[in-house]
Design a protein around this ligand. Sequence first.
Ligand code: ADP
Ligand code: MG
Length: 671
Amino acid sequence: RKLQHQTDGKSKKLFNKEPATADIIARAKDLRKHRQSLPIHTAREIIIQEVKNNACVVIVGETGSGKTTQIPQYLLEAGLAAHGTIAITQPRRVAAINLARRVADEVGTPLGQKVGYSIRFDDTSSKDSMIKYMTDGIMLRELLSDPLLLRYSVIILDEAHERTLRTDILFGMVKSIQKQRSDMIEKDGRKDIRPLKIVVMSATLDAEKFSEYFYNAKIMYISGRMYPVTILNTVEPQSDYVDAALVTSFQIHQDEQPGDILVFLTGQEEIESLEKLIEEYAVDLPAQVGKLIPCPIFAAQDSATQQKIFEPAPLGTRKVILATNIAETSITIPNIRYVIDTGCHKSRGYNAKIGIESLLVEPISKSSARQRSGRAGREAPGLCFRLYTEDSFDLLDEDTVPEIKRCNLESAILSLKATGVDDVTRFDFMDRPSKSGMLRSLEHLYALEALDDEGKLTEIGKKMAAFPVDPPYAKVLLQSEKMECTKEAIEIISLLSVDTIFSSPSSKREEANEARQKFTSIDGDHLTLLNTLRAYESMKGDRDWCRENFINSRHMRHVLDVRAQLIQFCERIGINPKKSCGHEYDIVIKCFLAGFFANTALLQPDATYKSIVGGLTVSIHPSSSLFGKKREAIVYNELVFTTKHYIRGVSAVESAWLSHAAPKYFGQRHA
Ligand code: ADP
Ligand code: MG
């Protein structure tokens, strides 16, 4: 007999894979007790009152006190979502997903109904969503189609202390939207427009700055519970922190009281490699010792796997949570008593050398280190194992510098323009860059053809805004697409992303210089670097070979890492990263000139070089392949001032190439 559900020709869904409504409601009931036990619960009424009575409120609270999961629910319960959704922005996708799942559970409706999230390429929110967790990038994107963000009644800017470039841009945008909306209501008498409430949330105490910026908004402090955490530093610096974390995890597991371990690593690759190592070594644990279970957290996990992180480990076993700095303040995992801090993160910012985003591992700040150790003391006294010495802690920066101050101003301007802010000089920055700096950057962007005569973003500019590297490098890549040499352009940019790929120990400087001779190109450093990479790859990165040839193999591996990311990026936006110029290297140098025309110098009769911009006398750095050489014109990547104005990353060019590389620039000056 035919099964009934097949008879109508359509394949109907027979079972609902989502949990039954009754189960969802039962779970929400169970969670009610947890909600009421959170430190923030006692402040519920006052938070609701403050948000009702004020346009902007700043809320500071210890991580784990309940800000991100509870405040949106309080506001919902108080009726603040009656005329629009409550949005909560997050700098990280994983956090947005996780928090939405949790809050949907607490509210007692399936994810995507009352509570949803929206991240790039994945939107579970619906028209009915009253609470929506989203990345700051998505909110910036929504601004383009809904410039007054009218679908929202409350915007909660979470994790404000991280001061990412996107959050900073959002601060300015949201502040101006609030003003525009209230003007429309008060001055124009618009009945269809509702006021916008802004809530800024931060995990660190320096909230005055946020308050000042939002018209001296009231600051509310939510205290958390905190037990003492004992901090241990290593005696010696650790060259391999993944290995050190492995050893420390097993040491804790065998010697210490029950309680889970949280390890801070820098990225998915490290997380996965430590996961494997732990699994391998766990096999050899003595029978009387319970299991040690690694639990990685990263973006592409299904909800069941992710839920495992929050569930207690089976009796007698111990979990090791392997996370990036997402576990620092964005999500709180219960039952952690031991923290292992590698002292590093991939800063979502910036490698200052080529301005590439979140690629290189960098030391954290003291304030991050404190947040990390704090994770061990939420439920009982804890222990934090810092895999670095006390001296290295002392050398860390006090706070993470806001991204807008670290990143190249030109990138920030491109981002703003791409978000629809035309007059960037009048943008309301929380940390304002200097006006002269901004004008200089605008001129440079114009010369790079990213802006047109009216200062509007061009097609090239739009593409450049999407690149994860600084504008000049983005221009090199775009030019390389035209000239069909993207392979070489990517390789050279990657090689420039580290200080140097060569090592020259002071005791063996002569030898090192000699070894380098065989890679040296008479045309300069760009091609010397490329030669070295080719040789390195033909030797398959052999360590002995690197040592004999004075190549820094650690830096070389970074170079390959950056290259892989740039290749992936080009593929994603439809540039073929394999197009090669063969041996016609002039072509790729011309591409560099298209991005770095402002860094050019001409040979003078007295054998010095004078920069075309600013007329500075510049000296080729002794480490350069062109040191002591006379060429008609040169292009360079950076100017460093020590005892002289030294230039590094230098290649020879022909002066005739200049006007062709940047017609907008040389056209005016040298016509
Ligand atoms: P805050 O934003 O103040 O740092 P949160 O609102 O993120 O605090 O977290 C409040 C509490 O909710 C924490 O104790 C945390 O352990 C718990 N929590 C958050 N997400 C989950 C989850 N997915 N599963 C279990 N507990 C969770
Ligand atoms: Mg939070």
